[in-house]
Design a protein around this ligand. Structure first.
Ligand code: 4NP
Length: 157
């Protein structure tokens, strides 16, 4: 069993989408019992809230229900519990690496794009200030990225 945490800033757009798509790809390969998946945010503004309605909608159109997820903030226990902590962008990565210094971290803290070795993007763009087309673009990107990520974490389990 590998524990995987996806992290963005608010935990209402990118990381809940990543959580949903990664779960979906695990289920497609009947691997859902191999992974425990969650998401969280470096910021605390949206704690307890459901994902952004546009993220729920775009995931729903792709057959994935993320409406029951609730936002939470990264905490020091996450660095002991998770095998992989996967940052959506380089700001998230720096914040996570700073937080990890004060913990007895066992986690592999990685930037998503670097971990899957893609040239398609560096940072998962934040769609929060954008429009629905931005959410569609990010959802497509994360769907592909999570399919690749599943292979990467299986190889490095
Ligand atoms: P996320 O998007 O990090 O992909 O969840 C954001 C959501 C909310 C805010 C920033 C980014 N915010 O500033 O409230």
């Amino acid at each position: 069993m590998s524990n995987i945490l996806f992290v963005c800033l608010g935990n209402i757009c990118r990381s809940p989408l990543a959580e949903g798509f990664f779960q979906y790809h695990c289920q497609q390969h009947k691997l859902e019992r191999r992974f425990s998946v969650d998401s969280s945010g470096t910021g605390g503004w949206h704690i307890g809230k459901a994902p952004d309605s546009r993220a729920i909608k775009v995931a729903g159109e792709m057959g994935i229900d993320i409406s029951k997820l609730t936002a939470r903030q990264v905490n020091s226990k996450d660095f002991q519990h998770y095998d992989w902590i996967i940052a959506m962008d380089r700001h998230n990565l720096v914040d996570l690496e700073d937080m990890a210094k004060n913990t007895n971290s066992h986690a592999r803290i990685e930037l998503l794009s670097r971990l899957i070795n893609t040239s398609a993007f560096v940072d998962v763009p934040d769609p929060w200030y954008g429009d629905y087309a931005d959410f569609q673009q990010v959802a497509g990107l994360l769907d592909q990225a999570c399919a690749t990520l599943l292979n990467v974490v299986l190889r490095n389990a």
